[in-house]
Design a protein around this ligand. Sequence first.
Ligand SMILES: *Cc1c(COP(=O)(O)O)cnc(C)c1O
Length: 401
Amino acid sequence: MNTRPPCRPPAGVSFPIYLDYGATTPVDPQVARVMCDFLTDKFGNAASSSHPFGWEARRAVEKARGQVAGLVGAQPAEIVWTSGATESNNLALKGAALTLRAQGRGKHLVTVATEHKAVLDTMHTLERAGFDVTFLQPGADGLVTPEQFREALRPDTILASVMYVNNEIGVIQPIAELGEICAGRGIVFHVDAVQAAGKIAVDVKRLKVDLMSFSAHKVYGPKGIGALYVRHNPDLRLQAQIDGGGHENGMRSGTLATHQIVGMGEAFELAGRLLEEEGERIRALRERLWNGIAGLPGVQLNGCAINRVPHNLNVSFPPTRYGTLASQLLGIAVSAGSACNSAASAPSFVLLAIGCTPDAARNAVRFSLGRGTTQGEIDYVAATVRQVLALEALEPVPVGR
Ligand SMILES: *Cc1c(COP(=O)(O)O)cnc(C)c1O
């Protein structure tokens, strides 16, 4: 991104403008304050059970467990700390698949082609370990249907994984219906809810989910900390993926990162308090952005217009003479293609999977709005897009005339 746009920002707006909250969020200052205490003063090891330093850390970790559980309707004891949602997804899928196969329950797994790579790559590893995996193709709206899901199930299906909200296109999958189907057939159901937590109401009990992944840094908490909800079910023991010491009920060993954990707890509690008001404010800004650019020639919304979180607007633009539109949004940080892949120039596999042409996928922009987004920023971004496309519509005068 060019961070030095040619003109001065309008009053009240400063460059660069951040519209990539789907990639990560800043730590809320209130969260950072709580964390600092646990770096310097309250530095004890939560596993030190013989002195007050350890007791203090343990108390903080258990409070945070309650804060995370509280946002999603879980019991605190059902929350396992991890290093982030990538690890949560690995623990959920490998941990459950290996246990269930060892119990002779089967070897068939079901997921969706548009999942995050932390699910897809884990599924590929499980395929190499002898599991059969079905990758469902979503419709042009980005959604899978309960009927399609049901048809993919086999007598030996042991585990299904469907993300709640897609990180690229923001669509909301019908998790409650899928959970009902899984519960009726004894299939363990995992949901990557990283992009749902703090954006829409989540209730693990109502959704009939067995395993659910969360990350702090998408919810104004720190990077490097996540959690896995593991429904209390004595029959479901996840095989640990990190051994040593037996922390977290034997599911995930390693000294607990107290400062990160209290940060995640505080961030999740704050997200719950702000959820409704913030959602409405961001929805209005997203609609304002869409109204500012919809209807321009060749502009197309990607993903279902209705079942989507307020925070996301994924749009394909026509290619321009000077390259992609994204490369001309000077001073505006957005995600083009897929930020979650290191091979950045490849068109997004999510957009290809929902039927976008390679050209439309390459020219897509994900605008993701968040807590710091202002109306001034949105108006500037919409005006910039209109300006780029208006210039594009001018006939270039041939040189020499
Ligand atoms: C960001 C993200 C992840 C990975 O989370 P980390 O904590 O960064 O490992 C997984 N799934 C989805 C949907 C995400 O958006």
